[in-house]
Design a protein around this ligand. Structure first.
Ligand SMILES: [Zn+2]
Length: 355
């Protein structure tokens, strides 16, 4: 993405809270619609992203592909809809992870206990749903101390950054088994540098860092399809999962209870939860017995476990998959990787605190 003057970025973020929410969405929709045709060769499918890892020996049980379901709970509104979303998945025989923003709203200990007792997973989605974490290296260190406290208290091993910002080097500060803040391809994100693979990969540690697994999302987010592009069906999800299944990759989906409408009048930033239900039914109907459906922490375990038959921990994200240099991973010059056209609003449901 084009470099952006750092001062301009900072002034934008100062002004942003004063731009009305619907105007922000309108702007982002206009930018995204233009980009969609520009990026049609790499979104929703980036054909290069299907390359298999070295020494790949397949998924457990010889399944054709993997399916991982995750949710980010950006606001208290989303928090209040988790139970309905859990019931929807339970009814259809699925389980998923729920990532909560630890400092943004009160996360109910009863809900967390309920989730784990019923076979779901709980992860941390940052302290606040904004860009604060990535403002500087120092800020990241400071936030990491707090995030690590929540990881420990919640017995969580997974993390996803607010608004999908990512810096894979800095994330070594977190006590995690996996991070899920990246994507194979998504030009509509504020930090749009995709990792270009539909497989997980290991981010190697150093002598004092143990490393962690990176689980990129590979199906477009619900916000992008139903709020930004106002799609009225799940064809894009169907098309992408068919391609992932064909290439034996990992279909990882991130949806938000915040945007899901479970009944009543549909708000301007909502979509029918029925779309998500339809997707799950489609997967079960179309690919019955063809996919392995672990929780994200099970996916990370599998990948790190050499005894699984896949000697994958030796893989290194930068050279084994992508041949990219460190600069393209959102490392020190990360300010310059922000695409403001994608930033008028974020993946969040209220207007004051995001990005
Ligand atoms: Zn979020």
């Amino acid at each position: 993405m084009k470099p952006i003057n750092e001062k301009f970025v900072n002034s934008y973020y100062l002004l942003k809270p004063f731009i009305p929410r619907m105007l922000q969405i309108g702007l982002r929709r206009a930018f995204a619609a233009r980009k969609r045709s520009v990026y049609q060769d790499i979104w929703p499918i980036d054909p290069k992203a299907c390359k298999k890892p070295e020494k790949w020996q397949g998924w457990p049980g010889n399944k054709r592909f993997a399916l991982v379901l995750t949710h980010d709970v950006d606001t208290f509104r989303g928090h209040e809809r988790c139970e309905r979303l859990m019931r929807l998945e339970e009814r259809l025989g699925f389980r998923s992870s729920f990532n909560f923003v630890a400092g943004e709203y009160k996360v109910s200990p009863t809900l967390r206990r309920n989730l784990t007792e019923r076979g779901f997973e709980v992860g941390v989605h940052g302290l606040f749903h904004n860009r604060e974490l990535y403002k500087s290296r120092e800020n990241f260190r400071k936030h990491a101390l707090q995030i690590n406290k929540y990881l420990k208290e919640w017995k969580s091993v997974g993390f996803r950054s607010p608004c999908m910002y990512h810096n894979l080097e800095w994330m070594h500060d977190l006590h995690i088994a996996y991070d899920a803040s990246t994507f194979d391809t998504d030009p509509f994100e504020p930090q749009p540098d995709g990792v270009g693979t539909i497989f997980p990969f290991h981010v190697k540690g150093t002598s004092d860092q143990k490393g962690y697994m990176e689980l990129p999302y590979t199906l477009p987010q619900d916000f992008t399809l139903f709020i930004l592009f106002r799609e009225k069906n799940i064809d894009t999800w169907k098309k992408k999962i068919a391609w992932i299944a064909e290439h034996g990759g990992m279909a990882l989906l991130n949806t938000h209870p915040d945007y899901m409408n479970f009944g009543g009048k549909i708000g301007p930033e909502e979509y029918r939860a029925g779309y998500y239900e339809e997707f799950l039914k489609h997967v079960e109907h179309e690919y019955k017995d063809e996919y392995w459906s672990p929780l994200p922490h099970e996916m990370a375990d599998f990948w790190l476990n050499k005894d699984s038959g896949a000697d994958l921990s030796a893989l290194d994200a930068k050279d084994a998959f992508l041949g990219k240099d460190a600069g393209s991973w959102g490392l020190p010059d990360q300010e310059k990787n922000i695409d403001l056209e994608n930033a008028p609003v974020t993946l969040c449901a209220d207007s004051q605190s995001h990005i």
